[in-house]
Write a protein that binds this ligand. Sequence first.
Ligand code: ME8
Length: 527
Amino acid sequence: MKKAFYITTPIYYPSAKLHIGHAYCTTLCDILARYHRLKKEDTFFLTGSDEHGMKIEKNALANNKTPKEFVDEIVVSFKQLWKALDISNDDYIRTTDKRHVETVQKIFSKFLENGDIYLGEYEGWYCKECEAFWTDIQVGEEHLCPDCHRPVNKAKEEAYFFKTSKYLNRLLKLYEDNPKFIIPESRKNEMINTFIKPGLEDLCVSRTSFTWGIPVKENPKHVIYVWLDALVNYISALGYLQEDDSKFKKFWLNENCEKVHILGADITRFHSIYWPMFLMALDLPFPDREFVHGLLMTKDGKMSKSKGNTIDPYPLIERYGVDCVRYYLAREINFGSDGQFTPEQFVERINMDLANNIGNLLNRTLSMINKYFDGIIPEFVTNINNPYDSDLDDTIKSCIALYQSCLDDLRVTDGIIAATKISARANKYIDETTPWVLAKQEDKQPLKSVISHLAYSIYVTAILLSVVLTRKSKDILLQLGLDGSVDFETINNQHILDNVKINKGEPIFPRLDEAKEVEEIVNMMKK
Ligand code: ME8
């Protein structure tokens, strides 16, 4: 098991406000970062913004601002959103940060010195949206960008090139030796078939047609290609080629650190082909895993800034709270597959899992503790005559183990499902053991075993889901009479709640009125 964990989101373009798709990716990364912190691993979670390029320069101009003024404002809104979503990033890298600019320039110089980059002339099909050149084969007869499917134009300019041919065999070997380098594996095959097999050209890594970028030190009329600039963020943020490179050593060079990039399918090519090649040229280790998550769509297809069909996460957070939004994102859309946002499923998921399952279990249990034990949780006992006790014990144990293996494997949704199985099982256990009947018996042991099992089930659920329910988990622990702190090491301690005085409060997940809330969300989407 690795002892340190480094996780990154893509760095988003500050060309417009972020939508729920970006929130989705960042929340999932946050859940994984929190999980590794819970395991007491040295964890570093990075997000940031990708601020250079022609598109940003144009948008700024259209808004009568300099590019820097333009991105500064948008970056403030990014940071606000992450705060509203309880994102626990350890750093925020901007590609306009001095530390980043210097590292990118030094890397470019290294590439030049080592002959990995040469000056040539580029003629090809250029996609303005993606800022990428494509070959004849790639654009096909219709001359459409293979990534965004927009028309491309022939363009020619003096440019620097990165020699991909030098590293192609090593890249294929990397894929072969590390089947989990790109997850899901289908993405790797897609890369090989779409981009590598047809013949990978050298990558054009500089531009002269605009100025908003990092200048090539040796030839400042060129700015460095945004993707070379952007990918470097994963190591510039750690201090690579900077005076203080302690984090770089701790998280990137450390063999015991698991390095994970999370990204959407739209940017797999850059991450899985060029990024490892750049690292080869720098003689640096590779990330351990690149996990390609699915896209969040609406009924009318992929959500995107340019399509204008985006969902703003803010009103959702304001109305339902950060926990519900985080829970929905992580649970509803299977991490790794595409998903669709619908108001109906949003409300239903909250009602089903949070109100009916977890919230209900908490309310029923705390009411019984008040009623039968004057608000004091009885000592944990397992009644050997009650087959449901050992069954619940087994469910809890196996769900904890399953949760861990899923999250270790980046299967966040499956991990959450495992955690909620505990409360679902515990709710059923109430019906099976009928504590209100047991309460009438002289012998209170059977009732004590049931109530203590229920309280412990809630405790375990709250700890496991604390990575998702950043606030409500604490509320649950407080209502159980604990101090609200979350400690993974005590998860197997069935006696943690022995004789604790509970603090029953308001229901933590009130049931939503489905018709009314669906209408509310539909209205939010129209704005
Ligand atoms: O591509 N559903 O930035 P970007 C789910 N700057 N996730 C979505 C999504 C959706 N509908 N839309 C976007 C860039 N994303 C580059 C990245 S990294 C070195 C440079 C998420 O602002 C998804 O993770 O276009 C996708 O890969 C990323 O946002 C793209 O964000």
